[in-house]
Design a protein around this ligand. Sequence first.
Ligand code: 9MR
Length: 386
Amino acid sequence: MQPIRFVTATLATAATAALLLPLGAAPAAADRHHGPDGRHTPPHSNAKFDRLRWAAPEDFVIGTAVAGGGHHLEQDYPDPFTSDGRYRRVLAQQFSSVSPENQMKWEYLHPERDRYDFAMADRIVDFAERNGQVVRGHTLLWHSQNPAWLEEGDFTDAELREILRDHITTVVGRYSGRIHQWDVTNEIFDEAGNLRTEDNIWLRELGPGVIADAFRWAHEADPHAELFLNDYGVEEVNAKSDAYYELSQQLLADGVPLHGFSTQAHLSLNYPFPAGLEENLRRFDDLGLATAVTEMDVRMNVPENGRPTAAQLREQADYYRQGLAACLAVEGCDSFTIWGFTDKYSWVPVFFEGEGSATVMTDDYTRKPAYHALWSTLKRAEYDRG
Ligand code: 9MR
């Protein structure tokens, strides 16, 4: 992937490049407090080797959701992305890919039929460019977070089709050349592997053929963006991921510009780690598709004192490690994104009562074992994968 080489080359100035691990150095020599040469570094060092994005192999991006909109609007804090300086700093330092958590969904971008609002999305894309990060666009065709004017409107099929075509053409076109991957469709199948023809307005009113149309429109608007099918609960080989496998084959056979399949990976310590993740990604890879992990987090039952136990944190770290390792093991999986990096802004406690601590940093940005697991897995892969 050319853009990432470019980023590495432009940001690694002569002075800072000296901080990167020299090729051939033993990865085990560096940890949070020790540099590659074994010298002690302060815990809050700004050194580049101390960051996820610089630990990653070349051509592999490590991403996060950019907090804002959605559940955040009901919390007693201001918009994280625009208001929390520390949040922005960590976002820029640690990650090489960003995904707007809500700010590119229909209800934000398209509040009225004849009006688009790109203010927040623009700010995120500008921020990403300033910081040498790629952007994952999320999302164009979904059953959720659609504006009321759309869901409750009384449109003919021809009008609805035109509304979708206009939205995709306008949004993808606006960011043409600036968005690395788009989740063209999100969550179009249910757990049994049936298309969500009841709750998804597009599938219900326009039929399954609209999926291919959405990809074609997106591709016309930005021929360079990689276009993905994205969903949760498709980590393993199961009825739902089988449905994606069949759909992918069909779309490819029909010459539809489908480029990738991605799994969200919202995991929980209450369930075993989805051990078939690598195998599942690999079968899509074998179709010639890119693959990605797009929204990983690992929630747990939070003890009454509010603090996860050491054993929980260790187990969580192991889930993150395995999730990342599965992606790294598949050649075409070169984008791994976590759904937020600090518990302070995680969606999990808002949606799952009694559960939380799902991200890799605490509320005050202290790194958990999960953060270190990601770092060391990336670092090891830098040597294996190059
Ligand atoms: O994290 C998002 C949260 O802020 C919103 O309130 C919520 C509304 O559905 O959506 C969350 O993000 C979802 C993502 O867009 C699609 N996959 C599942 C994510 C977690 O629910």
